[in-house]
Ligand binder design. Sequence first.
Ligand code: PNS
Length: 167
Amino acid sequence: MKDDNYRVAVYPGSFDPVTNGHVDIICRGAKLFDRIVIALLVNSEKTPMFSSSERVEMLSECFDAKMNVEVDTFDGLLVDYVIRREANVIVRGLRAISDFEYEMQMALMNRRLNHEIETVFMMPAEPYTYLSSKLVKEIALLGGSISGLVPEIVEKQLSQKVKLLKT
Ligand code: PNS
């Protein structure tokens, strides 16, 4: 039987690649909810640097199997996935005012699609407020240091990817 007190939250995104900012939000979410499902969007309109299986592998490496964190993929509407997972909360990180407009638009559109699903915004630790997957990729491609910005596995995979792209 479904336990109404068991709170499952979905943390959706592209995670191309996962950064320490994402990890920070996931760890905060794991303290607030009984389970947090990291939902990686496959078949997005964006062309990713990493394949979905590479992104899932990197995300999975970041969390202890004993944690209440799960990595999954989804396609189609996010609200439909949230319902399939018997969750009712979407977690999104909010870094700066610049994120607000896009996030508000998505949260309100998702509410229109399903008014029983709430979006909860969480702020990462200050050092991650100016961090993004896009900047991390750009810095790595141009030979800069991304140490401290991404998990170690991502640092390794990114340097391999950059080498491959340059050969
Ligand atoms: O990491 P991102 O790219 O900011 O994540 C965006 C994501 C995956 C949350 C968003 O693109 C999404 O939910 N896509 C699924 C399709 C969908 O439900 N679209 C309507 C959103 S209002």
